[in-house]
Design a protein around this ligand. Sequence first.
Ligand SMILES: [Zn+2]
Length: 285
Amino acid sequence: MSIVTNKELLDRAKAGHYAVAAFNTNNLEYTQAILTAASELRAPVIVAAAKSEVDYMDGYVFVSMVTCLADKFGIPVGIHLDHGPTFEETIRCLHYGFKSVMYDGSFLPLEENIAVTKEVVKAAHACGVSVEGEVGVIGQAADGPEGRRHDMTGLADPDECERFVAETGVDCFAAAIGNAHGLYKRKPELRFDILAELEKRTSIPLVLHGGTGIPEGDLRKAITMGVSKINFSTVMRKGYIETLTATLNGSPGELDLMKLLSPGKDRMIEIAKEHIVMCMSDRKA
Ligand SMILES: [Zn+2]
């Protein structure tokens, strides 16, 4: 079976001192690019979709598409919900066949975040599905689709993280350590002091969101300090859209959609490969 839980993928990554790259997707070309890249590098990989992306593709179609491609390539693949916004939206993905879900209660007071995350863990674990939680709001580097703004006051508090992990039973968790979603306006400064504290106080794999634009040296340092999953979304979309724009501008009158979309897919394969290598997960499948 090529589809595995994030717990299996991340526990192995933590023990092996690498991180599994998680890429969001929202269509066929995108998904093919992620799995082709992972297959060529023999890397385990996570294909993720946020709620808007799940709605766009249809949850059943998304899971079937990833499962078919994972079977074809024969590499371990996770199917993950990114930033589940509510208990209901998160649990619905168990029905679609996701093997991992994130519930993001980071906007709630800690007590409420713990209470809802605990319920998600109870239901998901009963179905053999892994859960990722979030503590401390990971904001948006620039105005983004979720309307979040980068806000340094969102840094995770190690005391809260320790309590959150112990009380909820999550399999991995994302903490705000100076990272943000979208394109960074200036070089991000990761708080390695907080990361060291989190690694000391929790034994589970850590997840770094907003991987786009974090320098490779910082990513590798974070991996040596316990980060076992790194999310990349913006960098892939940017590469796809730039290539698609150039292709459209260079092909006036072209009506073969496959010819127009293929160069963007090829560009995404290159980008995914670069980021898998940064995560040091190549040849780990
Ligand atoms: Zn995120």
